[in-house]
Ligand binder design. Structure first.
Ligand code: PLP
Length: 371
């Protein structure tokens, strides 16, 4: 039995009629650009994020780039972030005119280490960009305290974490609620995935929302009037319709992922060479990825490949070691936790539609490898 890393066709078959009906409504009206579904999805995303505003955009990358643009970064301005993330997190800092400052991660959650953030603050620090990696919130309370006392903005990269929660002072706080602006990605593989590219920014800052709305439409709130230079980064109406049809399923899908994660972790518990994901007790994880730390990672990859079992390494090269950031001067060993993680992590199939026989097959195959 081959098991793919992700089976979007399984999801498609389950919700095909609802999504196609939603798309047909857009097609019937031919309102492809900024149709009413975009505003509806913006309102829904603001609601799930406990935020005032949702602003759709063309991708998760733009959902980080545009808030960085709002900061009007000057050459030499710094944004502190994690090196253990998808490239867009740091690429957008560069493209917004800033300098990414990479700090190490916490080895258990793989999220940015607030103590390291604190040490990296300089008079040029303009923002901190935590990533809620794999679907688990970073330590937002600590980060907010660091940011607030110094007037530094927090931009949450929640591309992998829509609907993730963290209990702070006895209350559930959600991704998108605590940062200044939060970016979501609707890349098809995400927990809430479009049928193409898409992104969303949420914020409770009225002024920031106003600028973000302009920046995604060439810098003008009114057609042919441009207050500043923006770009074309609209969320496609057809994608908004797809996402609106999928949104009511999101909580159930994320719960299924949590169930599968618990099943894997139990099934793999006896293997000394494998460390199951650590969930911070304050967090409710949405398991965008289920990521193990393992011994002999590359050999395990080859074994799973031979066995027809999907897997992936997120991420094999931390961003401070990417050639495009060589000029920043980081060396091998600069950020040891991120570097070690990049040699040890492996993610397993975790999509909601997986069955117990499929999960058992993955567990048995990994057990067999380490026997
Ligand atoms: C952590 C992280 N940040 C940013 C992005 C960028 O999102 P997109 O691919 O929608 O541009 C992604 C997703 O691919 C991501 O995983």
């Amino acid at each position: 039995m081959n098991i793919p890393m992700l089976d979007l066709v399984a999801q498609y078959k389950a919700i095909k009629d609802e999504v196609l009906a939603a798309m047909m409504q857009v097609i019937e009206t031919q309102q492809f650009i900024m149709g009413k579904e975009v505003a509806q999805l913006e309102a829904e995303c603001a609601k799930v994020s406990h935020a005032k505003h949702g602003i759709g955009c063309a991708s998760g990358t733009d959902a980080l780039l545009l808030p960085l643009k709002v900061l009007d970064l000057k050459p030499g301005d710094e944004v502190i972030t994690t090196p253990f993330t998808f490239f867009a997190t740091a690429g957008t800092i560069h493209n917004a005119g800033g300098t990414p400052v990479f700090v190490d991660i916490q080895p258990d959650t793989f999220n940015i280490d607030p103590a390291a953030v604190k040490r990296a603050i300089t008079p040029r620090t303009r923002a901190i960009m935590p990533v809620h990696l794999y679907g688990q919130l970073a330590d937002m309370l600590e980060l907010m305290q660091i940011g607030r006392s110094r007037g530094i903005k927090i931009i949450e990269d929640a591309a992998q974490a829509i609907g993730a929660r963290r209990k702070i002072d006895g209350e559930w706080r959600v991704a998108g609620e605590l940062g200044w602006v939060t970016g979501y990605s609707f890349f098809p593989s995400k927990n809430l995935g479009a049928w193409g590219d898409g992104g969303m920014m949420v914020t409770s800052d009225d002024a920031a929302a106003d600028r973000l709305r302009k920046l995604r439409l060439h810098g003008g709130a009114k057609q042919y009037h441009h207050d500043e230079v923006g770009t074309n980064s609209r969320l496609d109406t057809l994608q908004a319709a797809v996402l609106l049809a999928k949104l009511p399923h999101l909580a159930h899908w994320s719960a299924k992922r949590r169930e599968h994660a618990a099943y894997y972790s139990k099934g793999l518990a006896a293997i000394r060479q494998v460390k199951a994901p650590f969930v911070d007790p304050a967090n409710e994880h949405i398991f965008h990825q289920y990521t193990l730390r393992v011994e002999r990672r590359d050999e395990l990859q080859a074994h799973l490949k031979k066995e027809g079992i999907g897997h992936a390494v997120y991420y094999p090269i931390p961003l401070h070691r990417q050639p495009c950031f060589a000029h920043l001067g980081y060396k091998d060993g600069s950020l040891p936790q991120a570097e070690q993680a990049s040699h040890e992590v492996i993610s397993l199939p975790i999509y909601p539609e997986l069955t117990h026989p499929q999960l058992d097959r993955v567990i048995d195959s990994i057990s067999g490898f380490y026997q």
